[in-house]
Design a protein around this ligand. Structure first.
Ligand code: SAH
Length: 254
């Protein structure tokens, strides 16, 4: 079981597989006021940077599920490197429908909401593993500027303008699902560069090492076109953020 090989190639050197930089995860961890021993479940945990650094910095206990064997292996290595292998578990599996045995304090899906069939389905899935009073984290793109044409949306690698919301619409959509947005950390354009531009050198080095690979032509063409695509489209039009959600309270008045 694996994700399409192209991602394992282009993102093999990434620790974070989205437009967050390490300082953003630091800010988010502090913003959530994580307590030592708190349990965090992460669907689509990638190379494990969030869970491993929060285990080191806040003493959390984490479980991550990811479909890429390569990223899962990297996550386990990172846990060893940071001395937190006893606190975090990384499981190679499809996270579709995954429920934790024990209810978790924080349930997250950071940049992989297709796992639950979209934002609403993913929130519903995460909610089933969440303890009362726990926090759900959703990492999701939004339109920083609304693309004036469908062509521009496709340039951002979206299927259509309708695939993403503007930031006010995304925030409103959480409310419509019955959730309060209780915290938020947003990526910025420099973060997009770290995510996208880091693929370019990885592709270049991979091509030198694998000129005869069946994906070599695809990777060569990507390397030739991605920098311009990124600065024309993604960097300008797409935003990205992590949103912390808690179910709205019913206030019972005597
Ligand atoms: N949350 C991580 C990774 C985000 S990239 C981070 O912030 O760095 C999306 C991740 O989802 C990739 O690691 C990919 O391997 C994983 N993924 C894709 N489909 C999946 C599925 N069905 N189940 C579990 N993981 C999946």
């Amino acid at each position: 079981m694996d994700i399409p090989r192209i991602f394992n190639i282009t993102e093999s050197a990434h620790r974070i597989h989205n437009p967050f930089t390490p300082d953003k995860f630091t800010t988010l961890g502090a913003a959530l006021r994580l307590e030592s021993g708190a349990r965090v479940l992460d669907l689509g945990s990638g190379s494990g940077e969030m869970l491993c650094t929060w285990a080191r910095d806040h003493g959390i206990v984490g479980t991550g599920i990811d479909m890429s064997p390569l990223f899962t292996e990297q996550a386990k290595r990172r846990a060893e490197e940071l001395g937190v292998a006893h606190q975090v578990t990384f499981i190679h599996d499809d996270a579709t429908g995954y429920l934790s045995d024990e209810k978790t304090d924080v349930a997250t899906c950071i940049g992989a909401t297709w796992i639950g069939g979209g934002v609403a389905g993913t929130i519903e899935l995460l909610a089933r593993s969440l303890r009362a009073g726990g926090i759900i984290l959703i990492g999701e793109p939004y339109w920083r500027q609304l693309p004036p044409t469908e062509e521009i949306a496709k340039g951002c690698l979206a299927n259509s303008i309708a695939e993403f919301l503007t930031l006010p619409e995304l925030i409103a959509s959480f409310g419509n699902l019955g959730y309060d947005v209780v915290e938020m950390v947003l990526a910025n354009q420099d973060g997009w560069d770290r995510y996208e531009a880091a693929k370019w050198l990885t592709m270049r080095r991979w091509l030198e090492a694998n000129p005869d690979d069946e994906l070599a032509e695809e990777v060569r063409s990507k390397l030739a076109t991605e920098p311009e695509r990124h600065v024309t489209y993604t960097r300008e039009y797409l935003g990205w953020g992590v949103f912390a959600l808690m179910p709205r309270l019913n206030l019972k008045r005597a």
